[in-house]
Ligand binder design. Sequence first.
Ligand SMILES: Cc1cc2nc3c(=O)[nH]c(=O)nc-3n(C[C@H](O)[C@H](O)[C@H](O)COP(=O)(O)OP(=O)(O)OC[C@H]3O[C@@H](n4cnc5c(N)ncnc54)[C@H](O)[C@@H]3O)c2cc1C
Length: 669
Amino acid sequence: MTKLDSKIPEGPIKDKWTNHKNNIKLVNPANKRSIDVIIVGTGLAGGSAAATLAELGYNVKAFCYQDSPRRAHSIAAQGGINAAKNYQGDGDSTYRLFYDTVKGGDYRSREANVHRLAEVSTNIIDQCVAQGVPFARDYGGLLDNRSFGGVQVSRTFYAKGQTGQQLLLGCYSAMSRQIGKGKIEMFNRHEMMELVIVDGKARGIIARNLITGELERHSAHAVVIASGGYGNVFFLSTNAMGSNVSAGWKIHKKGAFFANPCFTQIHPTCIPQHGDQQSKLTLMSESLRNDGRIWVPAKKEDSEAIRTGKKKPTDIAEEDRDYYLERRYPSFGNLVPRDVASRAAKERCDAGFGVGTNETGEAVYLDFDAAIMRYGREDANIHGHHDASDDEIRRRGEKVIESKYGNLFQMYEKITADNPYKTPMKIYPAVHYTMGGVWVDYNLMTTISGCYCIGEANFSDHGANRLGASALMQGLADGYFVLPYTIGDYLANDIRTGAIPTDTPEFEEAEKSVKEKMDFFINNKGNKSVDHFHRRLGHVMWNKVGMARNEQGLKEAIKEIQEIRAEFWKDVKVPGSAEGINQELEKAGRVADFLELGELFARDALERKESCGGHFREEYQTEEGEAVRDDKNFTHASAWEYKGEPSEAIMHKEELKYENIELKTRSYK
Ligand SMILES: Cc1cc2nc3c(=O)[nH]c(=O)nc-3n(C[C@H](O)[C@H](O)[C@H](O)COP(=O)(O)OP(=O)(O)OC[C@H]3O[C@@H](n4cnc5c(N)ncnc54)[C@H](O)[C@@H]3O)c2cc1C
């Protein structure tokens, strides 16, 4: 049986990474030229890894299913990226970023990894600035920062509301340089369908050319999975439509443990769902909580009047508003972490104070009025207009807000037809990010030798809840600054191996299994679309495995998911053929994997009999509705081993040791 070994280096936490780098094996530059590395996924994690490994001299083969790495889901990231630069002089440090991240994750992450993340965070900003990423600058020309939830410093670097896009363009330029030199062979429009293991080591993949439908064999000395998160198991999420779990799930079925599948982030500020036909949800960046105040009416009759269209939010007097985050969490106010803010919104809506006029009836307000007036007054003063009228102040304030969040406001108005400069935004929590994923050791290697996993796809450094602006930090840390060192330690043993042949039984067998799956879908001739099953899975996940979970609901969910899965294999209809472009066929494979993951996800949530971070079990809460952890029994990562059906998976525990941060009840009051 595979044994979990997290390979955390010995020594004081602040020296672990430095000592590790000093002691692991290196591959000399000449030898790197005879080593091939496959990278599945070219979002920020995979793209940065591909560029860096190629720059070091390795031969990289990179795969993505979009028509260009520039279209990875990473492009959607809006708000920013954290780094402990302390440019604001507000007391930030490596230790504080480490501490905030461990606490923010509700003490369910690996200390050594988080400390390393905090250490390398500052290098990321330097690297990206050198690439030309246009981070926002302050008046004096220095890089600007803003705050994100769960912290009391400003450490978030940003490029308006398009940080992911700008970072990805920087990363893509670094990749393009290597593509031009021939060091990265880029396979756009290719989907990894299977991992090939030879003599216990990951040695290649089977990929499907999504344009021609052909199956291709690709070999390498190591395989890196950087395929992003699996939030779309809920059908509706803020993720890109194509985001899926399949690459991670394929390696799981070949021996990689899957950790903490139930740790999902529900983001508090998304545009509420507006009907049953919707296939995507839209995020309103957390950066908006720097200036937006969240409230609902304090009186139920006002909420009712708003829901029925008899009153507008601007009709509600200041004293009749309940700024519930400021009331409940005075120290962090509107900038409490996402799990806390999401649950508080749900609590208000469940209690009848929601203001949603949409079909689901669930929404709270995110209001910029106070910020508009504050900034407007400041701006008027700067320009010597000390007795400016309210109208002038408002006009000036709106300009300031526009310069900070203009593209987000425009997006909101386009989707809802409401002008958020004049009336508060309506928001509600939605599935956004997955902290769970493929289990990796300190070197980012999975439980399959030579198979690595980076970025959102791994179980990562965020524990049970990720702090805002930390996903980009982790993906780029993994790709630019961690994997390029740690993979060398493994590849140093392969300098004499030579090219891995693909005409072997292992490749043959893997290709055959993929072909059989494709043929099955095309020939099944069922009567229900892939989306039909995906939508039903999403319903079960949201209602019973979503923001609040309980034993009975989870048991029901497991049974219902099993039933949907059985029906899927019987009744799914995939039109067209396996040759050429067939997006229904692509979706069928991905939904098949979601249907297995969904069950493991619910099992993981059932077994974790505590509330922590984004995992809220209704049985384990205080009278005030705060999460109650059980540190005695659950201070571990649950790493699941595949054994056939998800119901047969075996759970292994990685005990989490807190030697540098005291385990305490998380409080943002
Ligand atoms: C709307 C939104 C806003 C966000 N804003 C922020 C923010 O401001 N700050 C922050 O820190 N985080 C933010 N996040 C989270 C962050 O964007 C993601 O966690 C991060 O970008 C994930 O990067 P990644 O490289 O791991 O994966 P992705 O960017 O999802 O890339 C996955 C890659 O894998 C490829 N792939 C997947 N499966 C296969 C396969 N089988 N075969 C071949 N290729 C495959 C895809 O083609 C793609 O290239 C946001 C997320 C959303 C949804």
